[in-house]
Design a protein around this ligand. Structure first.
Ligand code: FA5
Length: 339
């Protein structure tokens, strides 16, 4: 039996020494130490030994088991360590590889220039207010001296929700909301979307943006209007920028003017952009009509005011030399990425 035990130990240790696989290691453990393993089979024969032989054989058997267990533990640690090293080697990050580019978004040119316009007016002490895009007929037309059937409504046909509610055609509707809720002095701008059933072309869109301006106080004159707009245009386009005020008619201002700047495409010579005029229309403006002040509960004998409505798209076109307004809405990143 002694030889058998020695033989089991020798063979088991030799096989374990060569083992490099965790599954195989477990098979060897079962083969030698399991319930039906070789060592157990030998121990079952202990009963055949004499009482004198048994303690020495028992001791040897325990020693053989301990040696095999120790070898299995040592091998298991070696194999696991090798596996861990292989895993780390496979996961190694090459820090010299170029990184993956994350595309970064940017502000739309309309938003960028609107922010500049807001800055200019905030610097002059104006507040910025919001108004509804879905509007009552009263605020968009009637309160602005455009009663039902007034011919000037034809110039601003729009999208109607019902007879009384429409998509606003102009931010001038906000003038009425502001004057109804706040007494002079008033100094506000109100940017936002407006809608008209205009056909799309290089300078028109059925959805576009306006920035309304309104100042009401004692002693406000047309000179204040002209000075304010001149200052804005010079801040946006540089000191050399020229504007002109052209007599016009708006039912809600008296006197009224359209304000043009020297064509940013041809510098005044005449081109397709300015339709040969040399000037591009940017906004409508004028002194708030006394009836509009009265409609809003402000005494026109005491107060006067000026108002203007800028077309944001046209300003941005001038700012960056863009000759077709449709590009703002095409969502082409090759275009939008340039600003
Ligand atoms: C008005 O809308 C008046 N509410 C402006 C105003 C305000 C006058 C306060 C007096 C006092 P008008 O319809 O001209 O006016 O439009 C103003 C500006 O909006 C135009 O000068 C132009 O720059 C721009 N605009 C008008 N229609 C379109 C369109 N379809 N697409 C793009 N921009 C447009």
């Amino acid at each position: 039996m002694k030889e058998q035990l020695e033989e089991i130990r020798r063979k088991a240790i030799a096989l374990l020494d060569e083992c490099a696989d965790i599954g195989l290691l477990d098979d060897l453990r079962v083969k030698y130490l399991g319930k039906k393993g070789e060592l157990t089979a030998i121990l079952k024969q202990m009963g055949k030994l004499t009482a004198e032989e048994r303690p020495a054989m028992g001791q040897l058997a325990n020693k053989v088991r301990a040696d095999i267990e120790e070898k299995i533990a040592e091998k298991s640690a070696q194999i696991n360590e090798a596996l861990e090293e292989a895993r780390i080697a496979a996961e190694t990050i090459d820090v010299t590889l170029p990184g993956k580019k994350q595309p970064v978004g940017r502000l739309h040119p309309l938003t960028k220039v609107l922010d500049e316009v807001k800055d200019v007016f905030l610097g002059m002490g104006f507040d910025i207010v919001d108004g509804p895009e879905v509007e009552y007929d009263y605020y968009n037309f009637t309160a602005l001296n455009l009663p039902p059937d007034h011919p000037a409504r034809d110039m601003q046909d729009t999208f109607y929700i019902n007879d009384n509610i429409l998509l606003r055609t102009q931010t001038s509707s906000v003038q009425v909301h502001v004057m109804e809720n706040k007494k002079p002095p008033i100094r506000i701008i109100s940017p936002g979307r407006v809608y008209r059933s205009d056909a799309m072309d290089a300078t028109h869109s059925p959805l576009f943006h306006q920035i309304e301006g309104l100042v009401v106080d004692k002693g406000v004159t047309m000179a204040d209007l002209s000075g304010t707009l001149d200052m804005l245009m010079k801040r946006l386009y540089g000191e050399k920028c020229e504007i002109r005020l052209r007599p016009h008619h708006f039912p809600f201002t008296e006197p009224s003017a359209e304000v043009d700047i020297l064509c940013f495409n041809c510098g005044g010579k005449g081109c397709s952009m300015c339709k040969g005029e040399g000037w591009v229309e940017l906004l409508g403006a004028g002194m708030v009509h006394p009836w509009v002040l009265e409609n809003c509960g402000i005494d026109p004998e005491v107060y006067s005011g000026f108002a203007f409505g800028l077309g944001l798209e046209r300003i941005v076109m001038g700012r960056y030399g863009i000759n077709d307004l449709r590009m703002f809405y095409d969502n082409d990143v090759r275009f939008l990425g340039q600003f």
